[in-house]
Design a protein around this ligand. Sequence first.
Ligand code: ADP
Ligand code: ZN
Length: 650
Amino acid sequence: MAKDNRKTEPNKKPKFSAYWIYAVIIIGFLVLNFMGGSGIGSAPNTSPSEFQDFLSNGEVEKIVIINRRKAKVFLTGEAKALEKHKKSRGKSILPVSPNDPDYQFEFGDLQNFENKIATIKKERGLDTQVNYDTENNIWGEIFITLLPFALIIGVWIFIMRRMSGGAGGGAGGQIFNIGKSKAKLFDQNTDVKVSFENVAGLEGAKEEVQEIVDFLKNPEKYTSLGGKIPKGALLVGPPGTGKTLLAKAVAGEAKVPFFSLSGSDFVEMFVGVGASRVRDLFKQAKEKSPAIIFIDEIDAIGRARGKSNFSGSNDERENTLNQLLTEMDGFGTNTNVIVIAATNRADVLDKALMRAGRFDRQIYVDLPDIRERKAIFEVHLKPLKKVENELDTDFLAKQTPGFSGADIANVCNEAALIAARKGNKAVGKQDFLDAVDRIVGGLEKKNKIITPQEKRAIAFHEAGHATVSWMLEHAAPLVKVTIVPRGQSLGAAWYLPEERLIVRPNQMLDEMCAALGGRAAEKVIFDEISTGALSDLEKVTKQARAMVTIYGLNDKVGNLTYYDSSGQSEYNFTKPYSEQTSELIDKEISNIVETQYQRAIDLLEKHKDKLTELAEVLLEKEVIFKDNLEKIFGERPFGKKEEEIIVEPS
Ligand code: ADP
Ligand code: ZN
């Protein structure tokens, strides 16, 4: 809780509200406006013609002309005593001193006014004094002079607050905290209790981090033999695979405080802030050692240095990274602070980070395979209220190829929400299937306006995908086809991709052929193609390019790859190959795609009747499953892998 104190202390001071400043400024404005520079204790107003009467009557002792537009009138002693003047003075709200004028008024043109006075004086033989004076509105002047400064200071304060506030949680006086680390601390006092039990699968990774737990729990065991305790471990893997969870579990198992922050938290507009945040973070962690510092998305600061020379802001990032390296080198083996960092792009990280004594351990956290998915489902199903005997985790794991741990957690939550929306008392199988569909494809949009022709085109397009993938040995087996629009797409086909580690050219080509089956069907049936195949084309083009330029699977280009795993060429504009090769690559990519398109067309021409039949069924039912296809095409001739496919007619 010590750290919490640090955070809350500034809040205890009475908060000075900026609104007061605004209020004072506005009131000041209004007051000055109403006063109109006439000074305090202003005399009653009169009109020029009335004044002329007073003057003619000889009641005026002195006139003072102010700023060439206003006249102050001082009456003679006798005149002051007159009833009419007493009355008008009595109207004045403010107390009047004998030195104040008795009347005031504004005249139009000075020349005219002077002439009038001179004429009257001459006619009546008066010797009334006419004086001239300038009056400054001191407060108004000060206000006007200070206004720009006040504005600039106000804007500056506002910006500072916004910059250091934001994610920081809105404590007051943030200007002075800008160099402080923004790490979130979990320790014995916070109830975040994560143990290895909460992390399903990831056996290898767990084993490796188990070692870290041991180091933290009894360091003597290792140091007594002369060993050095590692300072850092790098978790590498795609988002949502449980890297944060794993790091938290390490802290939970070792029962040590856990500082969690993201690499981007270090980055700020100001020079030197990142470095000072790093310093502060390590200082705090050392005070609480043994402790774990977890830096998510370390690539935000850990990118290889000096790679791009375009923006100056990089210097700041480099400083931050340098400070991080210095801190990691700086603390001795006995400080018991271990830094765990996570990234999904280990290839772009600065090599200096990976050197011995820094993040010398790299732990790979991959997308879960079918067994691991089952285990993750088991973890996340536990808190749900389920329909008895309906949920089979094997089945669920099979339905979710390519899902990350976070996706699975999301499916479980979504299923519960769907069940609740239906008004069910428990979560059932169908809720899970709906949740999976929704996460894969987005929300169903049943009320999207689609003309009958469009619907027909979509049905044939999807039927084309289904037919081609059915006919090809290596294409992913189909699970379900729908023409109900979902998210961005107008129709969709669900496949169950085989999870394989190496892919052969045949498999890639078959998949591309199936992906082009949609457009091919449009061509075969309507002799017309449409924009509906955009995402198919995108996928196919990328795949073809990868075959040629990355995997070296093209005969003409040969066994070359232009892939750079170090990420060094990221900012390069130059291609790593010559003009001729560039032309060759383009030609080969186009060649691959066109060949597969033609293959899909040939296949569909041959099975036009079945394609049509399938499309009609699809138009009628909107959603069809594998057994509908079997009715039309007969048993799929290839492989045993279909045994894995689960068909769920609804
Ligand atoms: P990452 O840090 O790799 O992006 P997280 O650790 O933040 O991913 O994972 C997000 C959520 O996904 C976790 O809070 C957890 O609910 C779930 N999750 C991910 N992987 C697993 C796993 N192996 N076991 C259990 N839950 C997991
Ligand atoms: Zn398509």
